[in-house]
Design a binder for this molecule. Sequence first.
Ligand code: C5P
Length: 330
Amino acid sequence: MRMLGDLSGGVLNVAACPDEALLRLVSPAGWEALTGRPVVLERELPNYLAKKPLAVLCQRWRESTASLLAQSGIPVLLWGNELPPGLPPGSVALPEFEAEEILPRLEQLSSPQDFAGKTVLVTAGPTVEDIDPVRFLTNRSSGKMGVAVAWAFAVRGARVLLVHGPMTAEVSKLADLERIPVRSAQQMHDAVREHWHEAQVAVLCAAVADFRPDHYVPQKIKKIEGEGMVLHLERTPDILAELGALPNHPFLVGFAAETDDVEINALNKLRKKHCDLLCANDIRKPGSGFAGDTNQITIYAPDGMVRALPMLSKQGAAYCIVDEVARRMN
Ligand code: C5P
């Protein structure tokens, strides 16, 4: 079972086994909210371990607990300076961490490292097309979906290159991502061109502007009393289509945010842009919009697979996408 399939679904198969000190850091109710499961008291640990959780979070423990954990084979996240000997492989000691780091740490600990040694290129966020020094064209993308995808690959051991426009989404400081910030579609294109050959997987989540002003005006454009203004736009490069046309392109995942004919448009993009997977969502559906934390995605593949995911957190949806990529690549 996935440790953090989707928090709202409450499928976090992890035990928090807090002692007094950890309970002072986070209350029992806080632990339950963080892990989505009842707190496991030390005396309940043997029964809990028999259910094979994916990871256990502890602080100090008595000898008896240490030997129980050692025998269980289940990795332990220890809040402390060093690991006692004999703990299962993958266990980590963290001298200091914040309450909000606990969940991602547990997640890293309990995820398979099936993307270790692979590089994944992710694009995220909007692009910004400047008109003059004060005005620009952009869109409502927050970058959250791309950041969720980047994190989902990173916890599974991948080196992740995140090429992103100016976005509001926060990137976890725990994720070991190489960030390449850009502004315009052209800059995003150039960054992807520079790095695509390093990647075995490319997931293009960015909401790239389709049009940009055909020229940039270096001084602020003045308004003229009573007159409107005509802005001439030209197409931006289609990064995904360009990657798809390359003979040895990485495993390619595209996105399509649609307002109508979702399936027809998704299948068209899948074919035209030569994607290995295409993730589509209907942005008119409540909960599937731009800045929210949830998304309902349907994944399409060239072999005819149509996998409709339920409404999930963006992170939950990102895990499902990574699972699908893993299933097809490994
Ligand atoms: O804009 P459109 O709906 O065609 O976007 C579909 C996919 O193509 C997305 O994955 C998006 O990141 C990508 N795209 C791109 N470069 C563009 C336009 C879209 O990479 N100029």
